[in-house]
Design a protein around this ligand. Structure first.
Ligand SMILES: *Cc1c(COP(=O)(O)O)cnc(C)c1O
Length: 220
């Protein structure tokens, strides 16, 4: 079973305190079940519709992380069950997540997605934009979400030195936010960075949570 071997190889490569998210976008329910049977419990998806269709077909004890760009009108599809949303890139989205979390009588953990890549194509907030969300009156009234970390995507490049710098920048932003807004808040502790081709570098630069698809399931 290739999926099981791949998972074991990755687990051997990363420290135990790093959370491995198996990115199962475009993968079938049966491929996800193979990973589940190999002990994997944390999965990531990047489309709300796809996730909402897979969720009822899979075991209840899976933790679902939403990692893709999220439109406000899709939040309700995943709010009843999603554990963490990695891709918060506006106050408007955060307010919507809070509203849907409240409707479902849940607290949803969120990461602020920080723009770290040198290319122009990725979503995310600058440090100043992240600060302005955290400084806003609206944010202070959101009782059904918790900001538990940051997420970043490096440039799509094989220049690994550049990728390393970008991950380092994410970790700096994490530390600045920690110092300025979350100093005594234990749950603000996650730095989500690193994918199949760069997760080792990401961990060296402070990632606590890697998002790996291809290296587990093969090419999509
Ligand atoms: C697809 C995806 C991943 C996983 O990418 P791989 O290269 O297949 O490991 C990680 N993060 C996000 C946000 C993704 O969309």
């Amino acid at each position: 079973m290739l999926i099981k071997e791949n998972l074991n190889n990755i687990r051997n490569n990363i420290p135990e305190n790093i959370c491995l998210i198996a990115v199962s976008k475009y993968q079938s329910v049966s491929a996800i079940m193979q990973a589940y049977q190999a002990g994997q419990r944390v999965f990531g998806e990047n489309k709300a519709q796809e996730l909402s269709l897979k969720y009822p077909q899979l075991p209840e004890d899976i933790q679902w992380h939403f990692i893709g760009h999220l439109q406000t009108n899709k939040v309700k599809l995943i709010a009843p069950f999603v554990n963490v949303i990695h891709s918060v890139d506006s106050l408007k989205l955060l307010i919507e997540i809070n509203k849907e979390a409240e409707n479902n009588k849940r607290i949803i953990d969120c990461f602020l997605q920080i723009y770290i890549a040198s290319e122009e194509t990725k979503f995310g907030l600058s440090y100043a934009e992240a600060k302005s969300i955290l400084d806003s009156e609206d944010y202070k009234n959101l009782n059904s979400i918790r900001i538990t970390g940051v997420m970043g995507m490096a440039s799509f490049t094989d220049k690994m030195q550049l990728v390393r710098q970008e991950f380092r920048k994410l970790n700096e932003v994490f530390n600045q936010l920690k110092n300025n807004y979350f100093q005594n808040i234990q749950y603000f502790k996650e730095c989500s960075s690193g994918m199949s081709h760069d997760y080792i570098i990401a961990i060296e630069e402070g990632s606590t949570l890697v998002r790996i698809g291809t290296a587990i399931f093969g090419e999509r």
